[in-house]
Ligand binder design. Structure first.
Ligand SMILES: [Zn+2]
Length: 395
């Protein structure tokens, strides 16, 4: 495995900025981070890469909510139904590779079919330059005919839910996903503001997952579901659109419940600005209120990460996450806060906090190197100079 010494003009280490820096990588890990003037000359032959005077190194970005099985077409659900598992795996390989190429070195896949994202993750463990690290949920738990039932995770009843959680653990999933509220992609399922499971069902899932050491990600569009998820001890809240039968209502009670707990709010941000944004009808009219809610969450100090939901439409390609940073800035985040949300905090929310999301000795050598200064201009994140994953140079 290659040894690298990288020199950059500036660095974001996952939480804070620094000036000219030198990063040593060996055996897939970062072994040392130093001021550029402290560069060792006696180290045993690392390959020196000097990125020049206007380049910034950051931890590889982490998307906390993607669907590699969705192809980012106008109708990914229909495409999914048409392909067999072999074709689907090939499609997912391409999706994953486009994410990595953009500097997204880890993703949480929150819904696939036949545990294909787990298989793909194992493949990439052997070939880290081919795709990101994948934390996979497998088929999300949903009632019969419920939101995203076509992934194959339909489960009802206490014993069946327990068994389903164990099955995911045995398959090597790193998180359990439950479709607690209805959604926008499944005709005939409950509306997004209503919960699909009872509180007892939810507690069963959380209890069994935590017993096995797995965090739980809950799909929660409705205020009802958000409050229930927090009460049951769910680890990440997905979407958080504050829906009620009357529309989005980020009221005091729900905002305080989120900010007052350790739970992560995994906000669905990030769209490709070159593609028309066509959100689901139930959300389109509510976007202003939803973003107001997200802004308020930040003001109240909630733990916020970004899950793009990459794959669900043409405006959400699998490399979309860097675009979310500008959106966080618009919501009032500082550049440090915005970048921490897609690096250090995202790692923590994904159960990867020990190894990823920060540039420090001992971390996995997952890096995004960009031209320019993302502290001044978030679009610098799109001008990629280099990507490393597990110490292997991808580009
Ligand atoms: Zn999703």
């Amino acid at each position: 495995m290659s040894k690298y010494l990288i020199r950059v003009a500036r660095m974001f280490n996952g939480t804070a900025w620094s000036g000219p820096s030198a990063l040593y990588m060996e055996n897939g890990r970062i072994t040392k981070v130093a001021d550029i003037n402290d560069t060792d000359t006696d180290t045993d032959g690392p390959e020196l890469i000097d990125f020049g005077p206007d380049v910034c190194a950051l931890p590889g970005l982490i998307d906390t909510h993607v669907h590699l099985a969705f192809d980012a077409s106008a109708d990914p659900v229909t495409t999914l139904a048409k392909v067999d598992d072999d074709e689907l795996l090939e499609q997912m390989r391409r999706a994953a590779s486009s994410a990595l190429f953009a500097g997204i070195t880890a993703v949480r896949d929150l819904g696939d079919r036949s545990y294909l994202a787990v298989a793909l993750g194992r493949e990439f463990d052997q070939h880290p330059d081919q795709g990101p690290h994948i934390v996979s949920a497998g088929p999300p738990l949903t009632p019969f005919g419920g939101h995203c039932h076509f992934f194959g995770g339909e489960t009802e009843g206490t014993e069946a839910l327990r068994t389903a959680v164990r099955e995911r653990h045995e398959h090597g999933c790193g998180v359990v996903k439950i479709m607690l509220s209805g959604g926008n992609m499944t005709p005939g399922s409950k509306p997004p503001y209503a919960s699909q499971y009872t509180m007892d069902d939810l507690r069963t899932v959380v209890e069994e997952a935590h017993r096995l050491g797995l965090p739980v990600a809950a799909h929660v569009h409705g205020n009802e579901a958000i409050v229930e998820a927090i009460e049951a001890g769910v680890d990440t809240l997905e979407h958080v659109t504050f829906l009620t039968p009357e529309g989005s209502d980020p009221n005091d009670e729900v905002l305080a419940a989120i900010a007052g707990n350790n739970v992560f709010a995994s906000l669905t941000l990030g769209t490709d600005p070159n593609v028309p944004f066509t959100p689901p009808a139930a959300l389109a009219a509510q976007i202003g209120r939803i973003l107001e809610g997200h802004r308020a969450l930040h003001v109240r100090g909630a733990r916020i990460v970004v899950g793009t939901d990459a794959g669900i439409g043409p405006f959400k390609p699998h490399n979309v996450l860097p675009h979310a940073v500008a959106q966080l800035l618009q919501l009032g985040f500082s550049s440090e806060e915005a970048l921490a949300a897609v690096t250090a905090h995202a790692a923590e929310a994904s159960g990867l906090g020990e190894r990823k999301g920060r540039l420090r000795a001992g971390s996995d050598a997952d890096l995004l190197v960009v031209n320019g200064d993302p502290a001044r201009d978030a679009s610098a994140l799109l001008d990629v100079a280099g990507v490393f994953r597990a110490g292997v140079r991808v580009r």
